[in-house]
Design a binder for this molecule. Structure first.
Ligand SMILES: Cc1cc2nc3c(=O)[nH]c(=O)nc-3n(C[C@H](O)[C@H](O)[C@H](O)COP(=O)(O)OP(=O)(O)OC[C@H]3O[C@@H](n4cnc5c(N)ncnc54)[C@H](O)[C@@H]3O)c2cc1C
Length: 497
């Protein structure tokens, strides 16, 4: 077994990053810029974790995230390294953002911007344009009050609380909707059940139920509708590709097919890591691995923060990556085919741990923007439904059921028969998501936010037990999604002395 010694006198301090998810890549860039010699260890043969890409029979698919918000957090990494982001990575604003299809046969194209969104969504609605504007104004207030407290700082360091923006957030806690559920607040705001459903859907952005999660999550509406959603030129994977390129340009070393087996400690301080080829000493270790599995697999002897780790986990998903040999003009880049009974859908996921017979279907078709993602005259359909995480269900049966329900629903709402048009198929379920990214139980977003304390019960970005051990990514503070995972990397690197 090789033993590599790092950190000899005169050498730069060394940092190992475990995982090349978007957060791991971002933290590697930040640590390298801080003066560390950084090596990223990735279990897979490819970077990006959930933010990866695959080609299949002439179709290209982004395998995970598809909605890109707050692009400035990607740009910031290039600027930090003195580079022009546009030389590496570009994106375009989306308008409309979504096409919403309802079981009553109505279709709404959600526009970008408060005014435009409110006008379109209230055409033929019992609710007024002003109701939506008032709602989005409230959602902006939540954003302004929570941004510093919950997103930009560690919630677990006392000094974070002694800044004016943070104190303001705490003093106005009553205004952030923590004491109502998302559905409760949305029912109060709107009479039109379609509007309630549109705004309730934002709970799924972190794998939660609108009937259980706090109305604070209404903040997501502000981020997407007002701040905007974007399409990265070349697809979502261009985020991963360009950040890896940047990291390599500034000297970060990547090792693929290199799963870390153990985080080594000595006297409650980081000593290094163990991989299949040996042990290597490091001054600092940052884990981008899902926090639950990190403690279970890499820190078998460490004291575990049981309360944090045992919080209920988020939902997962079944994804059919379909090559469709025709084009549908009624579909756009992002399409939501809503279920007729939303409450039953979430009840099935979070109480029955199963799926309902009329799930909401999300269709993401990147060939609408990047024609090369599908053969001419064809479309690449990322077809997603929310599911429970893996607690041992019969997934093979659930996949067959889901396929039947989804096809029936699409046929009904698009007035067509898509089954004979599917010419290639690849399926992901919670078991695949776990084996591909190490996400505990295949939960996509770490802990769920199905209670008002969830934000406080995410693991901190540092270890309270082991010096020089840090954590970043969607399963720890501040939470899942590309922008929050990037913020997680920023908070983490700021914590390193
Ligand atoms: C289907 C789906 C849809 C989504 N939709 C959106 C969306 O539209 N918009 C959005 O913003 N977000 C979305 N998300 C969430 C977003 O993808 C994640 O929150 C974010 O990518 C998490 O990044 P991460 O760096 O924390 O972790 P991950 O992407 O999970 O990466 C972790 C990496 O660590 C590696 N690893 C784990 N253990 C080890 C080990 N022991 N040794 C070495 N390597 C290891 C894994 O192989 C993996 O590459 C979606 C996710 C999924 C799955």
């Amino acid at each position: 077994m090789d033993i590599t010694v790092r950190g000899e006198p005169g050498q730069r301090k060394s940092c190992a990053v475990i995982g090349a998810g978007v957060s791991g890549i971002a933290v590697a860039i930040r640590m390298q810029k801080k003066g560390y010699a950084v090596t990223v260890y990735e279990a897979n043969a490819f970077p990006g974790g959930k933010l990866s890409s695959e080609n299949r029979k002439g179709y290209r698919f982004d395998m995970g995230p598809s909605v890109f918000t707050m692009p400035g957090y990607v740009d910031e990494l290039f600027q930090l390294c003195g580079k022009n982001p546009r030389d590496f990575f570009n994106y375009t604003p989306l308008d409309p953002v979504y096409r919403y299809f309802f079981e009553d046969g109505s279709v709404l194209h959600a526009r970008h911007g408060k005014e435009q969104f409110a006008s379109v969504m209230t055409a033929n609605s019992v609710d007024a344009k002003e109701d939506i504007i008032k709602y989005l104004d409230k959602s902006e207030i939540i954003y302004n009050l929570t941004e510093d407290v919950f997103l930009k700082n560690s919630l677990h360091k006392l000094k974070s609380f002694f800044t004016w923006p943070t104190l303001k957030g705490i003093l106005n806690f009553g205004k952030i909707g923590a004491f109502d559920t998302m559905n409760g607040a949305n029912q109060k705001a709107f009479t039109d059940p379609r509007l309630v459903q549109v705004f309730n859907r934002y709970a799924t952005y972190n794998g939660s139920s609108p009937y259980l999660s706090p109305a604070t999550l209404n903040v997501i509406a502000h981020v997407e509708i007002v701040k905007g959603a974007y399409y990265p030129i070349g697809g979502m994977y261009s985020i991963t590709k360009s950040l890896v390129q940047l990291a390599q340009d500034i000297g970060v070393e990547f090792r693929f097919l290199a799963p870390v087996r153990e985080i080594l400690t000595e006297n409650k301080k980081i000593a290094g890591i163990r991989t299949d080829t040996g042990t290597t000493e490091y001054d600092v270790v940052v884990s981008n691995m899902d926090i639950y599995n990190c403690y279970r697999q890499l820190l078998p002897h460490a004291k575990k923060p049981a309360k944090t780790l045992n919080q209920p986990k988020s939902s997962s998903g079944i994804i059919f990556y379909w090559g469709i040999k025709t084009e549908f003009s009624q579909l756009g880049l992002h399409n939501i085919l809503f279920s007729g009974d939303y409450e039953e859908e979430f009840n099935a996921i979070f109480s029955k741990k199963s799926i309902c017979s009329d799930p909401t279907v999300y269709l993401n078709i990147t060939s609408k923007h990047t024609p090369g993602d599908a053969p001419p005259g064809c479309e690449n359909w990322f077809t997603f439904i929310n599911t429970p995480n893996n607690s041992g269900q019969d997934w093979d049966k659930l996949i067959l059921d889901a396929r039947t329900h989804i096809i029936k629903k699409i046929n009904r709402l698009l007035k067509t028969n898509i089954e004979p048009l599917i010419e290639s198929e690849l399926v992901f379920d919670p078991r695949v998501i776990e084996s591909r990214t190490s996400s505990a139980f295949g939960a996509i977003y770490g802990n769920s936010s199905n209670n008002k304390y969830a934000a406080f019960l995410r693991h901190p970005n540092f270890s309270k037990e082991i010096k020089n051990l840090y954590f970043c990514g969607g399963s720890v503070h501040p939470g899942p999604s590309i922008p929050l995972s990037l913020l997680s990397a920023k908070i983490t690197s700021n914590l390193v002395k």
